[in-house]
Design a protein around this ligand. Structure first.
Ligand code: ACM
Ligand code: ZN
Length: 711
């Protein structure tokens, strides 16, 4: 007995000793370095005594590394200029050793860690890699003065894309400067180098312009905001804010220290209603206009035939360029309705003066927009900068020097690259981080809609195979966008960004040919520890995969042969007719692949039950998302047949249209009828037209149906 307890004590001591090993760094991080070669030999031991030596020009980088180590381990490493020391950490500039900008190499030996870069940015990314490799639990477990061990290794790395961007919209909801700085910190941790700052909108103007003080005195505030997805109810809370030029200078410096360039966007000639509220004479109708309280696309845009409005835009861009050193200036160009220009005498006179004609593909008003964009591009290029515009600016004859930001899919990017434009890929299909990242939207903070889980971001291929290698060279970068109509707080911005930024940086930095999502998720788990460390809010779906109770009970129609007499819209066809009886429900997002979308034609499906069966009810779900033009059906009719050719009606009903007072969501509809025996069932579901109080009035509404059930 005594012997046994001695043995237990000895075993306990041994276990305690093993536990005393310092934690070990792991280089399997995000984005994954291109080459990691683990060397034999002892590790480098990082302790509070480790000194960071830096070559001239890398002082701030050394401070960053010291700050990061302090965040993780709670000890401040001393930094001092490099004088040939053979211990500690050394930061070096070594452009001759690299053939591209931003590349770096880390060499870890028992005596020294050397980070050398092609430039200071390269050293900075080497520091990010070292930082993300550090074991986070070391804060609690540092022993004997050693905080952690770095296995001997050589790491070589460089980015695939020179342009690695994130966008932020502080216009729909104002985002305080300190929060924007945190956003830049998040970008830096993900090796991103271009911050697209969307500074003007219908709903608020956010940048101080000295020549036009009303832009921020009046244009930065709206007197209320529409409730929900563009209903008819408004709150009366004054919302707004803006950045002074001094604040922006401070932000530009903060970003530059982190090797991030800030690209200011002045969105024109559309999305200008806040500016028109200040200067109504610059709109086609002369106003009055208000800083918009609704979401969507305002029809009131800058008057392209008004010289004062054009000079206003030029003056604003010049003042923006005085402030921002960015080599790129974003001039918007998206979503500019032409309805005012079509009726405006000044715009029409301008069209005449310029001798503009439509060409069958584009209207004369489209070409008038090209005139505006090309005129602004000249102002920007006169100062040695380049313009970026959203892909709509291809509609007309925009100059080839403009960089195209492809957001309505990748098609605009493909067309632009073929025409010789440089391109940034930011398609809403994969990189709009304002979309839902779970199908369980009842348990998500409300957002604009859509469905874009991390998996989908991770799948994105930015270099379309239809382009030749020469054309692919025009794809200079990749970017994700965060619009804030439904994102009123910075915690929610973070939630939408994380962990999707992990997938984005993998594409931007590595664009791997082979993608292994499971291995990627494992690496995300380490990043999650950083989110916790820095108190970042994040979405945890990939860390806690949920099992959906998402199938319907098998009914008479489940997985029986089905044909459609009217086809869904191609984009929302997915697996075709069988989506309608595969037994899987649709959840909230209309683009999840589990809904079929019909526009302007009914859903008309014929189910073959394979033998005569008795039935008494047809049931289905439809989605309502009114601001996305998706309404409940207007009618449901059921017919049956014995031979699949002659059908007889067994029942029908009409369904009143959903109003703005009704909530959006998923609703079940059913039609009961006298029991009938038949082999074939035809279900016809018709849609409503958009009502008068909808901004799409006069057009059909969409219908989205997930599953047809027969009981
Ligand atoms: C955009 O999302 N309107 C560029
Ligand atoms: Zn006009």
């Amino acid at each position: 007995m005594k012997k046994l307890s001695l043995f237990i004590i000895a075993a306990f001591i041994m276990t305690a000793c093993t536990k005393q090993q310092p934690p070990v760094a792991d280089y399997d991080i995000i984005p994954q370095p291109k080459e990691v070669r683990l060397d034999d030999g002892k590790p480098f031991e990082l302790s509070p005594k480790t000194v960071i030596h830096y070559e001239a020009g890398l002082k701030r980088e050394a401070q960053f590394l010291s700050e990061y180590v302090n965040d993780i381990m709670g000890c401040v490493l001393k930094t001092q200029e490099y004088q040939g020391q053979t211990d500690g950490i050394v930061l070096k500039l070594s452009p001759a050793d690299f053939d591209q900008a931003e590349a770096y190499e880390i060499s870890i030996t028992p005596k020294q860690v050397t980070i050398k870069g092609a430039d200071a940015a390269g050293v900075f990314y080497g520091i990010q890699t070292l930082r993300k490799s550090l074991p986070i639990p070391s804060l609690q477990r540092g022993v004997g003065g050693i905080q952690c061990q770095l296995p001997s290794a050589t790491i070589k790395d460089h980015p695939n894309f020179a342009y690695r961007g994130m966008h932020l919209d502080p216009c729909r909801h104002f985002i305080p400067l300190d929060s924007v700085k945190v956003y830049l910190d998040m970008m830096a941790m993900h090796n991103m180098n271009q911050f697209h700052f969307h500074l003007s909108e219908d709903q608020g103007w956010r940048i101080e312009i000295k020549q036009y003080p009303e832009l921020t005195e009046i244009g930065a505030y709206r007197n209320g905001t529409v409730i929900g997805h563009n209903g008819n109810l408004y709150d009366t809370i004054r919302h707004g804010g803006y950045y002074t030029q001094d604040e922006l200078r401070d932000l530009i410096k903060y970003a530059a220290e982190r090797h991030i360039n800030i690209i200011p966007e002045i969105d024109l000639p559309g999305h200008m209603q806040a500016a028109l509220a200040c200067y109504p004479q610059m709109g086609c109708t002369g106003g009055p206009y208000e800083v918009w309280r609704r979401w969507g696309v305002s029809e009131d845009v800058l008057c392209a035939g008004n010289e004062e409005a054009m000079q206003f835009a030029e003056n604003v861009l010049n003042e923006v360029m005085d402030l921002f050193p960015s080599p790129y200036i974003h001039i918007g160009g998206d979503e500019c309705p032409k309805v005012r220009w079509e009726k405006c005498p000044k715009c029409q006179a301008k069209i005449k003066e310029l001798g503009i004609k439509g060409d069958g593909r584009f209207s004369k008003e489209d070409f008038l927009q090209s005139y505006v964009m090309n005129r602004m591009a000249k102002v920007v290029e006169a100062r040695g900068r380049r313009v970026i515009g959203w892909d709509e600016i291809l509609e007309g004859n925009v100059s080839e020097t403009a960089i195209i930001m492809s957001w309505r899919g990748i098609e605009g990017g493909i067309e632009a690259a073929r025409k010789g434009h440089d391109v940034i890929m930011a398609p809403s299909s994969h990189l709009y981080f304002d979309y839902y990242q779970s199908e369980d939207i009842a348990n998500e903070p409300p957002c604009i809609g859509g469905y874009l889980p991390v998996e989908r971001v991770y799948e994105f291929q930015p270099l379309p195979e239809v382009l030749s290698p020469e054309e692919q060279k025009h794809i200079i970068g990749v970017q994700a966008n965060i619009w804030t109509e439904y994102i009123a707080h910075f915690w929610h911005v973070q939630y939408m960004a994380l962990p999707r930024m992990e997938a984005l940086t993998e594409i931007q930095w590595n664009n791997p040919k082979e993608r292994d999502f499971e291995a990627f998720v494992e690496r995300c788990k380490k990043m999650r520890q950083f989110y916790e460390l820095y108190h970042y809010t994040y979405a945890d779906h990939i860390f806690n995969p949920q099992v959906w109770a998402d199938t319907v009970e098998t009914n008479l129609a489940t997985r029986k042969p089905i044909t459609l007499r009217e086809q869904p819209v191609e984009k929302y066809t997915y697996g075709g007719a069988k989506v309608l009886n595969d037994g899987e429900l649709g959840h909230g997002a209309y683009n999840s692949g589990r809904w079929l979308g019909f526009y302007g034609s009914p859903l008309d499906a014929v189910l073959d039950l394979e033998q005569p069966v008795e039935m008494r009810k047809v049931r289905f779900h439809a989605l309502v998302n009114k601001s996305a033009w998706i309404y409940n059906p207007s009618s449901l009719k059921v017919l049956v047949s014995d031979d699949g050719e002659t059908f007889r009606e067994v029942g029908q009903k009409t369904i009143p249209i959903s109003t703005w007072e009704d909530r959006d969501g998923i609703f079940a509809y059913e039609l009961e009828f006298e029991p009938v025996a038949a082999r074939f069932v035809e279900v016809v579901i018709k849609g409503h037209d958009l009502p008068e109080d909808h901004n799409g009035f006069g057009n059909p509404a969409w219908i989205f149906v997930d599953e047809l059930e027969v009981w």
